[in-house]
Ligand binder design. Structure first.
Ligand SMILES: [Zn+2]
Length: 110
């Protein structure tokens, strides 16, 4: 979804939300999966989320990955501090597109 990526390129996390039924559309899409509406707005989320799953990387110690639930959606991101557990509250501290134009998200414990 172009709009989503445009925001992300600027370091902003905006989630497509249906104007008709208010469902969050995740992964981002141009059409609502609930009601098939194409009336979509980009909404700002609370940057705080909860760590659902956490795995320490054995390949690169600086790249611990976690699954984070943030305002009802789930994203996989880099956890900046290894001192976290399942259930820890983390905050989206950085996001954007990497050199391959793939989205990345970084979280820091609160
Ligand atoms: Zn909808």
């Amino acid at each position: 979804m172009k709009e989503f990526l445009d925001f992300l390129r600027k370091g902003k996390f905006r989630v497509p939300t249906c104007n008709n039924c208010n469902a969050k559309i995740w992964p981002p899409s141009n059409i609502c999966k609930e009601c098939f509406s194409r009336e979509i707005r980009m909404s700002k989320l609370d940057p705080e989320g909860q760590l659902i799953e956490f795995s320490e990387s054995f390949i690169d110690k600086n790249k611990n990955l976690g699954l984070v639930e943030i305002s009802g959606i789930r994203v996989i991101g880099i956890i900046n501090d290894g001192n976290v557990n399942q259930g820890s509250i983390v905050k989206l501290s950085k996001c954007g597109l990497d050199i391959n134009n793939s989205p990345y998200y970084e979280f820091t414990p609160t």
